[in-house]
Ligand binder design. Structure first.
Ligand code: BES
Ligand code: MN
Ligand code: MN
Length: 460
């Protein structure tokens, strides 16, 4: 590792357990943004992040929004040098099914190199690594080689609306910068860092099916009255062609940017192994759109999946009942140049056209995010790649991802600067699943990567 950071690296080595204990305190706050029952915890979490920014030596404040506050901090003591805007989120996903966790999701537990807790990798651990990289440098040197700004949002996991409105209204005033640095994704594989140049977008909808005015005896009324659960199953079965895996919503693929030849060639050369992938996930077959590899399906082809489904009796044993209502939550993952609102409209029209008689069907749009492709040419992207190589000993691969970070498209559009998607997680971090984890060594290497990035981003 380049020795011009050796003083800061030595400090990190001395203070690493303190950093880890602070991260654990951060993880103890159940900041689940999608569930209003956790509102006060989400706010408490914003306060915690604010304090950590101040301790790091940033001038920091909460920025109120229509929803949860943004936590903003800055250190602008390097005139003439570039400004990096670090982005992360302090909210987390719900924990259910909670019985599948080995420990309390909000009592971070070390299992060897793994720190297990909700938010460990997504995104508290990763964004705390960003902050600690800056904090360690400031503590050691009293100054940074470049200017930094931090912005943390508390609604990423529920659509990111407030930060979107803030960035648009701000129009690059407070958030003006030379590049945005996002650490909210994973490396391609252990030991193999990556720089992302694409994220999928999202259109999330709910299908509500309503039938008779009450639950009915399934013997007395079955066969004579349309069953909302059957109707829902019928609709869902029409979303995708079983054979080809193609989505059947008319016009769904109209705006899809095809994979470039170079992408297919590059990705085919990446060390991905379907057999190992299946084994890790506990499945015996893979399934998806015909004619595309696993990485192509995951990174560059749109999808349509049920994320939750309900209706009828869910308890023990049998209850003979025709449910009065049934419903499903559906995510459509979008690729350039699909537009969330457009996809939502096509979906609504198609569902209405295939809905069976005898029930009423309503499609509600929950939230959407545009897909993004970002430029990774230029000096600051090169600095990020060099920083990754300094720490991991290997140059990053340039890849896309299937996840979405709603504000990234907005940053790219409004700020017009490079977005550096530098993740420290691993593909098996179980984000959004029970027993989410972040490798402790990756937490420390994330901190070191940020230290090197500050150094490498400086001019002259
Ligand atoms: N950090 C993820 C997105 C991600 C995951 C990017 C893996 C790259 C690799 C983010 O927190 C997330 O989960 N986003 C949501 C967005 C949605 C709720 C609007 C997603 O993708 O489901
Ligand atoms: Mn995230
Ligand atoms: Mn997430």
């Amino acid at each position: 590792m380049a020795n011009e950071s050796s003083d800061v690296m030595a400090r990190i080595e001395r203070e690493k357990t303190t950093y880890l204990e602070e991260l654990k305190d951060y993880l103890r706050i159940p900041s689940i943004s999608t569930d209003p029952a956790y509102g006060s915890e989400v706010l408490r979490c914003a306060g915690f992040a604010l304090e950590r920014m101040r301790e790091a030596g940033l001038t920091a404040q909460l920025l109120e929004t229509a929803g949860y506050p943004l936590v903003y901090g800055e250190w602008l003591g390097a005139p003439g040098q570039p400004t990096l805007l670090f982005y992360g989120h302090y909210d987390v996903q719900p924990v259910d099914p909670v019985e599948l966790w080995r420990h309390d999701p909000f009592e971070p537990t070390e299992e060897g190199d793994e720190l297990v807790a909700r938010g460990a990798t997504d995104d508290k651990g990763q964004s705390f690594a960003q902050l600690k990289g800056v904090a360690a440098t400031l503590a050691e040197r009293g100054a940074l080689p470049v200017n930094v700004k931090f912005i943390l949002e508390g609604e990423e996991e529920s659509g990111g609306e407030s930060i979107d409105a803030f960035v648009r209204a701000d129009a690059g005033a407070r958030l003006s910068c030379d590049a945005v640095v996002v650490s909210d994704s994973s490396m391609f594989a252990p030991g193999q860092p990556s720089l992302l140049y694409g994220l999928k977008g999202l259109q999330y909808v709910e299908i509500h099916v309503t039938g008779p005015n009450r639950d009915l005896h399934s013997g007395t009324f079955g066969g004579a009255v349309a069953n909302p659960a059957n109707a829902l199953a019928h609709i869902i079965s029409r979303l995708r062609d079983a054979e080809s895996g193609r989505i059947l919503v008319p016009g769904f693929y109209d705006d899809v940017l095809p994979l470039a030849d170079w992408e297919r060639e590059d990705w085919a050369r990446l060390p991905h192994d379907d057999a190992a992938y299946m084994k890790e996930l506990g499945v015996t077959e893979l399934s998806g759109e015909a004619g595309y590899s696993t990485l192509e399906r995951a990174w560059a082809r749109p999808t349509c999946d049920v994320n939750g489904i309900w209706g009828g009796y869910q308890g023990h044993g049998a209850k003979t009942v025709l449910p009065a209502t049934a419903g499903a939550k559906v995510s459509m993952r979008l690729v350039p140049h699909q537009k969330p609102a457009d996809v939502a409209r096509r979906f609504r029209e198609y569902v209405a056209s295939v809905a069976p008689a005898g029930v009423s069907v309503e499609v509600k749009s929950v939230h959407g995010a545009p897909p993004v492709l970002v430029e990774i040419d230029g000096e600051l992207a090169a600095a990020a790649m060099a920083a990754q190589e300094d720490v991991w000993g290997k140059a990053p691969v340039k890849v896309r991802e299937g996840g979405s970070i709603p504000v990234v498209g907005t940053f790219s559009q409004v700020l017009g600067v490079p977005i550096l998607l530098v993740g420290f997680g691993l593909p098996d971090d179980r984000l959004h699943s029970p027993n989410e984890k972040f490798n402790i060594s990756h937490f420390y290497n994330g901190i070191r990567t940020v230290v090197r990035l500050l150094e490498r981003a400086a001019r002259g």
